[in-house]
Design a protein around this ligand. Structure first.
Ligand SMILES: Nc1ncnc2c1ncn2[C@@H]1O[C@H](COP(=O)(O)OP(=O)(O)OP(=O)(O)O)[C@@H](O)[C@H]1O
Length: 310
């Protein structure tokens, strides 16, 4: 879907992006992760031609974006940014309708689409369609920003730190809304963040940037296993690495079916080991029950198994 081929971007002496080759498969969520100034936004903005590469090329669906007319290209790519960028004097419905109207959709189709999208992003259409942006919370505004990006049903979404200004609870809510929307719509999503937890929560594939270079790519689990040294270990935070790893492993993998008990705090069957650790701490319990599900007969998870080196 997206292919960066030996892409670089220089600003005078400064190399913002340095010979990056990366492929984002159709229908996947690829997260660009890196510290501030590592080149994430610059790389992403080459896809919709807000930035032109100094070398290399960017292909979308096999076509070099350099040959596309920028306005037409951008109409076909949803773009969500941290500051949302809603038009302040336009109602929510009009903000969402921007691109469909540019594409010449008739009024009835636009109105239907606005309501479908508000529903998709978890906002009650009757309550929100006629509000102005200043009447929204940060999280609601970001949901509207997402609806606007999805308005003309583009196959590709670019999301640049869209949730970074939100409080942790709102942020988690939007992350799970995005995963649900992704599962429902099958969009290809390129997502920029400097937040490791967010990256691990969202990514099908992670691409880690350091000083403009792509220093690692792969699934969350494979990167966490390999992150023993170098910039990836630094970016993930070496003390947090073990904790992040727990998030990628199912709690049932360490549960002992032979001593299943019902009198213990109960974890959901699909919980991760990180959730197990948090519940143990919250409940002050060194053992947890995990219910039976599918082929798993249910069992007890023990603190000693959780903290054993692996
Ligand atoms: N228009 C520009 N002119 C000069 N330098 C730039 C320009 N845009 C970006 N840079 C530089 O390129 C480097 C990469 O910037 P970029 O915004 O891509 O990083 P980032 O990883 O997205 O950072 P952040 O997480 O802070 O947004 C930085 O050192 C930045 O100062």
């Amino acid at each position: 879907m997206i292919r960066f081929e030996g892409v670089s971007r220089r600003y005078g002496e400064q190399v913002a992006v340095d010979r990056v080759t990366l492929e984002v498969p159709r229908g996947s969520i690829c997260v660009l992760l890196g510290e501030s100034g590592s080149g994430k936004s610059t790389l992403m903005r080459m896809v919709n031609r807000l930035v032109e590469p100094s070398a290399g090329r960017v292909l979308v669906d096999g076509r070099d974006v350099a040959g596309a007319e920028p306005e037409a290209l951008r109409r076909g790519i949803g773009y969500v940014i941290q500051s949302v960028g809603l038009f302040p004097h336009w109602r929510v419905g009009d903000n969402i309708a921007t691109v469909p109207r540019l594409l010449g959709w008739d009024a009835a189709r636009v109105a239907r689409r606005v309501d479908v999208l508000l529903d998709l992003v978890g906002l009650d259409a009757a309550l929100f369609r006629d509000r102005f942006p200043h009447e929204l919370s940060g999280g609601q505004a970001q949901r509207v920003g997402l609806a606007r990006a999805l308005a003309a049903d583009p196959p590709l979404l670019l999301m640049d730190e869209p949730f970074s200004a939100l409080d942790p609870g709102t942020r988690r809510g939007l992350q799970s809304a995005l995963r649900e929307i992704h599962a429902e719509t099958g969009k290809t999503i390129l997502f920029v963040t400097h937040d490791v937890e967010e990256a691990l929560t969202l990514a099908d594939t992670l691409a880690v940037l350091d000083q403009g270079r792509l220093v690692a790519q792969g699934s969350s689990a494979s990167l966490l296993q390999e992150a023993e040294k170098g910039p990836v270990r630094r970016i993930f935070g070496k003390e947090s690495l073990a904790f992040h790893r727990l998030a990628t492993l199912p709690a049932s993998s360490l549960a002992r079916p032979e001593d299943a008990r019902q009198d213990l705090p109960m974890l959901p069957a699909d919980a991760s080991l990180k959730q197990a650790l948090m519940l143990m701490l919250a409940e002050g319990s060194a053992c947890l029950a995990i219910p039976a599900e599918g082929a798993f007969p249910g069992g007890t998870l023990h603190w000693a198994d959780l903290v054993a080196p692996r």
